[in-house]
Design a protein around this ligand. Structure first.
Ligand SMILES: [Mg+2]
Length: 184
């Protein structure tokens, strides 16, 4: 099969990693119980920041958020390697900004994910993911973000949502843990 994955918050725990960085930078100790209740992809609300302040904070810390020691979700690296070993084609489709694409690919390889250069797509807008998914004729695609999942409703690709606090209203089959997930 041809199987596609979003990266941030689908395969790696980026928001939680960023949450810790925000606490450090702002000298706060907002607990993870607050993080787990967030109903937005953005995390700034937990720190009392508005949308503009939150956007600036996120941008100013992108290097640190993307390229330090963000944990992968348990079982994600093993799950993808297992698919790869079984002969499935793995694709990555991330809307990270263009300037960060090359280093993101290197970072993902360094975490142990199986990556073919021509199977790594980066730097598109959220709403452009659908075009790539259609062009690639993916059999299966995984993402966490409601705004992206919303665009993928009427395509033949089987869509799974990576379970997160902010996507509970999305009515699609979900991946709760990569360690126990199987595609059938
Ligand atoms: Mg994502």
């Amino acid at each position: 099969m041809r199987i596609g994955f979003d990266i941030d918050d689908t395969l790696i725990n980026l928001r939680e990693h960023a949450f810790h960085i925000y606490n450090k930078k702002l000298n706060t100790q907002i607990g993870l119980e607050i993080f787990r209740e967030l109903k937005t992809v953005e995390i700034h609300e937990a720190f009392g920041l508005d949308k503009v302040q939150g956007g600036e904070m996120w941008k100013s810390l992108l290097e640190e958020i993307y390229f330090t020691d963000c944990p992968t979700f348990n079982g994600a690296v093993e799950f993808l390697n297992n698919l790869h070993q079984k002969g499935h084609e793995i694709f990555y489709i991330t809307s990270r900004p263009k300037d960060y694409c090359q280093r993101t690919r290197e970072w993902i390889i360094n975490q142990g994910f199986p990556v073919k250069a021509e199977h790594f797509f980066c730097g598109m807008q959220d709403q452009e993911k659908i075009d790539i998914i259609k062009e690639l004729n993916l059999d299966v695609y995984f993402d966490d973000k409601p705004a992206v999942l919303e665009t993928l409703k009427n395509i033949p690709t089987k869509i799974f949502v990576k379970d997160q606090s902010y996507n509970q209203n999305v009515k699609l089959p979900r991946v709760t843990e990569w360690t126990t997930f199987t595609i059938d």
